[in-house]
Design a protein around this ligand. Sequence first.
Ligand SMILES: [Zn+2]
Length: 404
Amino acid sequence: MPETIRVPWLHDQHSHTSFYAALIGCPSLAGLTHGEAFAVVQALSEERLSVVFGWHSARIPFTPEELRKLPPAIIVNISMHGFALSGEAPNLLAGSQPELVAHWADPEWCERNLPNLLEVFSRTAQLTPGKLDSFMERMEAQGLGVVDDMLLPGEEAFQVLRNSRWADHIRCWATPKTFLTLSPLTREALAGLKFFTDGALGSRTAGLKGEFLGGQQGLLLYQDKELLRVLGEAHEYGKPVAIHAIGDGAIEQVLGVLESLHRDGVSFPLVRLEHVQFIDRIQARRAKALGLVLSMQPNFNSDSQDYADRLAPRWLESNNPFRMLIDQAGFKPGRDLIFGSDGMPHGIEYALQWSLFPLYSGQRLTLEELVAGYGVHLEGEGCSVLEIDPEARRVKLLESLAGN
Ligand SMILES: [Zn+2]
């Protein structure tokens, strides 16, 4: 029998608020033919740099000749990995992003600089108060009250967030490089510093201790020594740190570096490990001993289905080992195991679907665990009404209401 439940609006502890909001209103090429896509870009302003998303670069490639004829735009791949520059875009970006203009056609460079690229897309697309309002209203409609921004692109976006009615509904993190461009007050207000140590599964660049099917090796963005230095330097800011590490190889590296810093008496107010999808039991115990917080995305349970084409069965099975973390390593949702969506997709429905009805039993979370891991910003602010059908293994968001 389907059951109807009410869940208070949750706190998405890992999303990309200013980025996703800035995208609102940018043209998308998703699903278009080559001719249609060309026409969309051609209709853009010749005067200013635009951002276009949803480009299937493999399906509808643009020739260098076509790109030259178009108005200035950053044309971003549907996967967010890879992009093209059209028209005068290289000249318009040359002053502020000379490296990007020199290397944009090099996929390896793009992978290594993805956070910086996302920041550039985000700044160019530009967050406005109107975009922020519509984004946050969409989030509320999907059962989220607070949505943390893990990649603040700069001071301008921060001012839009801070001067909005959502100011206390969005906590911001920034890369060390961007952190240094922020005003002292903004630095003070920031939740912490964000680091990346490997790539992603979609682009076969997560730092696994092994190969992807087809033989590709994942990517570690730092040598051990470099990571030690970078984190050691960050220590001086006295901020919490959040470290992106998806593959077990990347997790291994981060743990080793944190243990070494710990032995040297270097500590942070808080250390979060982001994603840690392939953390194993021994690594979990080491993370626990260091007092780390694991920031994970129940959404990504579905990677075990979506990436069966690139991950060997042992990876599919060991993805998001929530039962091991909670039942064996002693992590507690809401205390040192926290949840977010990464916006893939946003909202409670998909997260709850994959928590209650995952492909592998080791990925399962109870409703109570999921809610505790996300956390509730303010009781009474809003709630979602969901239908859970255990027989059909289906979760459906019926409505999302302000108030109780
Ligand atoms: Zn993220």
